[in-house]
Design a binder for this molecule. Structure first.
Ligand SMILES: Nc1ncnc2c1ncn2[C@@H]1O[C@H](COP(=O)(O)OP(=O)(O)O)[C@@H](O)[C@H]1O
Ligand SMILES: [Mg+2]
Length: 461
């Protein structure tokens, strides 16, 4: 175990998000257990993206196995390696392909969450465009050209591949705004790049361009963005798409297949090396991948490309294919995780541990007797209750852990995907755990797992 100290801000962020039942956005290294090989595989993907290549991974695991955690961990590594990251959860209103605005809305969510090392929380698109301009200005100074020529040179490389899209035009408009002190033009350009224009008429009026980011060109925009960020000094773009099971849940076969077709484009581009500086990491459950009626395997071209190495079974692994299986955490992993949580809670100071090893063991014993294997297989609620226990011990110095451990009640974490598929709007599905009894005093039953950007920013204990 590490005895490195943990910065108070980082400690608080980790504790608060885990207590709220969400995966932390940063500080993963302090609580990460296992996944060493998987991380290595993704580090090599990130390197390939930086070298001008592409990468695609399907991170497949049961509910609670740690997909979201893994995606966030990889995102943090990518930021360290100077990639730009974008991430979003798919949902009924966010898909890869749609005709009613749901693909544009996925794109808008991705750009809201667009992050760089210095803006890891997202909202970094405007500063990337600004960097593009300032880098071009710097080059113009050293090469003796005019800024406008340098910028148009760079943009012409982009427009070569844009075809009918106006990406380069819009960046040029940003430059004009910059050059002439027209803040409105600058912000309209950024709004366009974020996919926030809903109609072509508005876009024409504001920027003089004829197209907008719409349902039909989301993937092309991402490819352009990946090239663009290179001119702003970044290594490429990593796109993380979680909750892919939402595509499997689409009742309409045509709609589902159109989405799978987009995934096939991504996969083909990637396997053929025709996307540059761009990578995708998808998070999904086994049924999303394997179900032959509604999953990726229902789409023949995807099934053949994603078929797993038949030699990789009985404990043998192959991390070179696009599918990365995440096994559920084991009791041993979970024990290590709890010791790390204790360490983080104590801000890295072993003298401030609130619970001895025996206490951790007793906690696991207790959870096991209450909810069986679920305590480590779907550990979200168990983790929350462990933090709650530490909070009580922390604030009540006289309290005896032996007595408290026996009182912990753990609502079982139920996979919402197991609830019926059709006949009710997805948004109204409640996790079965929400109405279970609360654990400790002051802890109300948790709200539906908040995933959207900003949920952490507003959450306070
Ligand atoms: N490798 C890991 N190390 C530490 N904690 C993890 C790890 N994987 C998952 N967790 C924790 O377990 C819980 C469930 O993980 P999550 O990523 O939400 O699962 P999934 O997205 O597969 O449903 C979360 O609280 C997460 O922080
Ligand atoms: Mg998840």
């Amino acid at each position: 175990m590490t005895d490195s100290r943990i910065r108070p801000r980082e400690r608080d962020a980790i504790v608060q998000s885990l207590r709220a039942g969400v995966v932390p956005r940063s500080g993963h290294q302090h609580i990460q257990v296992g996944r060493a090989d998987e991380v290595l595989a993704l580090v090599s993907d990130i390197q390939r993206i930086a070298d001008g290549g592409s990468a695609v991974r399907f991170v497949i695991g049961e509910y609670g196995s740690g997909k979201t955690f893994f995606l966030q961990l990889v995102r943090a590594i990518a930021l360290e390696k100077r990639l730009v990251t974008m991430h979003a959860d798919l949902g009924p209103d966010r898909r890869l392909h749609a005709t009613g605005g749901q693909a544009r809305s996925l794109y808008a969510e991705l750009t809201r969450n667009l992050a760089t090392r210095s803006k890891p929380e997202g909202g970094a698109l405007a500063s990337i465009v600004e960097r593009f301009v300032s880098q071009a200005l710097a080059e113009a100074r050293t090469s003796g050209g005019t800024p406008t020529t340098v910028i148009h040179d760079r943009l012409s490389q982009l427009s070569e591949m844009t075809g009918k899209y106006d990406f380069a035009e819009v960046v040029a408009a940003y430059w004009t705004g910059h050059d002439t002190g027209n803040e409105q033009l600058k912000s309209d350009a950024v709004r366009w790049l974020r996919g926030e224009f809903a109609t072509r008429t508005d876009a024409r009026r504001a920027l003089g361009v004829r197209t907008i980011v719409d349902d039909a060109n989301v993937y092309d925009q991402l490819k352009l963005l990946a090239r663009f960020v290179r001119h702003a000094g970044y290594e490429g773009v990593l796109v993380g798409l979680d909750e892919m099971v939402n595509l499997y849940k689409l009742a309409n076969t045509q709609a589902r297949n159109s989405n799978y077709e987009q995934i096939l484009r991504v996969l083909n581009d990637c396997l053929q090396g025709s996307a540059a500086h761009l990578g995708f990491i998808f998070g999904g459950t086994p049924e999303f991948l394997l179900d032959t009626r509604r999953g990726l395997y229902s789409y023949a071209a995807l099934q053949s490309r994603l078929a797993e190495n038949s030699f990789a079974s009985n404990g043998l692994v192959d991390h070179s294919g696009p599918v990365l299986r995440l096994a559920n955490l084991s009791p041993e992993d979970f024990y290590v995780l709890l010791t790390k949580l204790r360490h983080v809670y104590a801000a890295g100071d072993p003298a401030a541990y609130l619970l001895p090893e025996q206490g951790i063991e007793a906690f696991m014993q207790h959870c096991s007797s209450r909810i069986g294997d679920a305590y480590f297989r779907t550990p979200r609620n168990t983790i929350t209750e462990f933090i709650n226990l530490l909070a009580i011990l922390d604030q009540n110095p006289g309290a005896d852990w032996r007595r408290l451990v026996g009182e912990v009640s753990i609502p079982q974490d139920v996979n919402p995907d197991l609830l019926p598929l059709e006949g009710e709007p997805l948004e109204q599905k409640q996790e079965a755990s929400t109405d279970s009894s609360p654990g400790f005093q002051g802890h109300t039953a948790e709200p539906d797992r908040p995933h959207q950007d900003g949920s952490l920013a507003t959450f306070r204990l």
